[in-house]
Design a protein around this ligand. Structure first.
Ligand code: XUL
Ligand code: CO
Length: 441
């Protein structure tokens, strides 16, 4: 069902149909067929595609060199709650026309922050009530909520890692409100992105103290949400830098170590983002493999960087090779743990037609769908799995198995090495596997 408010914001565009790869209709899916079964599950359940409220309904295209280019017709009222309701009308019209099941938000994407904490909480409560009605009427669900503890000037030195306790307390109050909103809307997960949790200079920073504060703070946030009945998963979203010179949630491996150090590993998993991975000097598949290896592959923020510069450009995904490798890891890991694919991506500043927002999401969804079908065929029909398994065959029985079971000592390894003599070389078959992937694409 397409849900319209009092007025239609995306006129002339109806519900986006699946028409198959022969279709030349730009406003149709070519590969994303929500009900099609892949590896025993409908596509829509593999992905749980979500629209990011901030980029799609709040972003104006403004950059350091010029103002916004997108004049949103839902962002005209002087009254913050009227503006927030009209934005919600536009958002739910868009999401239902697109046929996605989910959205994600920051607290102050929903309604503008007020001059005082109390007034902000009041505004949030009112808009959450309105959103709840829209969600019930449309069937659209909340993949995750989060708090924006990075935009307001008070957070310029960090939120939970701020050297001023008063700011830390203020961040705690704000996150409590964002969690209350997420719980009220039946949010399936809650995200922490530490946009300013890091440093600009080591000259004024006590790193150990800040990390301890962040660990304690996250534990408090978890305990609060659990006490309010929240059953979902908490996600940390790694990013190495930008806005800070260095952010503590650098990458998947760093965050996994941090979670274990502060006893958070049973409640928290990772929300990985493609452009954050590349900023950290990794591929997204690397980040996903690291997370999956530790049972922490929670959710994905889908986008891509521009490989000719190092910025976080948050472009919509369209790189089939990159996403195919991601889908290989996703399928091998048995899917995402609680999360979905959130298009944390924005239109280019000069993409100013209302239909551009549809085209961008359609392209992103089709890239993921096509990549999933390719990865599924690779795993099902090719020798990919077998080649990977065979490399480790020597651990399946005998002394290798005994090693894995912790039954050998270093002296045992010495004895074995003396007995076995020189070892024949085993090819890694890298080029063979690279060719195999391309053949299936
Ligand atoms: C910033 C980013 C955020 C988080 C949510 O790079 O990815 O939008 O996803 O705060
Ligand atoms: Co993100």
């Amino acid at each position: 069902m397409v849900l319209l408010g009092d007025r239609e914001y995306f006129k002339g565009i109806g519900k986006i149909p699946y028409e198959g790869k022969e279709s030349d209709n730009p406003l149709a899916y070519k590969y994303y067929d929500p009900e099609r079964t892949v590896n025993g599950m409908p596509m829509k359940a593999h992905f749980k595609f979500a629209v990011a409220y901030w980029h799609s309904f709040c972003g104006t295209g403004a950059d350091p060199f010029g103002p916004g280019t997108l004049m949103h017709p839902w962002d005209v009222s002087e009254d913050p709650l009227t503006a927030a309701r009209q934005k919600a009308d536009a958002a739910f019209e868009f999401i239902t026309k697109l046929g996605f099941d989910y959205f994600c938000f920051h607290d102050f994407d929903l309604v503008a922050e007020a001059p005082t904490l109390l007034e902000s909480e009041n505004r949030l409560e009112k808009i959450v009530h309105y959103l709840k009605e829209k969600m019930e009427a449309s069937g659209v669900r909340l993949l995750w909520g989060t708090a924006n503890c990075f935009s307001h000037p008070r957070y310029m030195n960090g939120a939970s890692t701020n050297p001023d306790f008063r700011v830390l307390a203020r961040a705690g109050a704000q996150i409590k409100g964002a969690m209350d909103a997420t719980i009220a809307l039946g949010g399936e997960n809650y995200v922490f992105w530490g946009g300013r949790e890091g440093y600009m200079s080591l000259l004024n920073t006590q790193v150990g103290k800040e990390l301890d504060h962040m660990g304690r703070f996250l534990g408090m946030a978890r305990d609060y949400a659990r006490s309010q009945g929240f059953k979902g998963t908490f996600f940390i979203e790694p990013k190495p830098m930008e806005p800070m010179k260095h952010q503590y949630d650098y990458d998947a491996a760093t965050v996994i170590g941090f979670l274990h150090q502060y006893g958070l590993q049973d409640d928290f998993k990772l929300n990985l983002e493609v452009n954050h991975a590349t900023l950290a000097g990794h591929s997204m598949q690397h980040e996903m493999e690291i997370a999956a290896a530790r049972g922490m592959l929670g959710s994905i923020d889908a986008n891509r960087g521009d490989y000719q510069n190092g910025w976080d450009t948050d472009q919509f995904p369209n790189n089939l090779n990159e996403v195919t490798l991601m889908m290989l890891t996703l399928l091998e890991a048995g899917g995402l743990q609680g999360g979905g694919i959130n298009f944390d991506a924005k239109l280019r500043r000069n993409s100013t037609d209302p239909e551009d927002l549809f085209l961008a999401h359609i392209g992103g969804a089709d890239t993921f769908a096509r990549a999933l079908l390719i990865a599924d065929r690779i795993l099902r029909d090719s020798t990919y799995r077998q080649v990977r398994r065979q490399r480790y065959e020597s651990f399946e029985s005998g002394k290798g198995a005994a090693f894995e079971q912790g039954k050998l000592t270093l002296q045992d390894l010495h004895t074995i090495a003396l007995e076995q003599g020189e070892i024949p070389l085993q090819s890694g078959k890298q080029e063979m596997l690279e060719n195999l992937i391309n053949r299936y694409i």
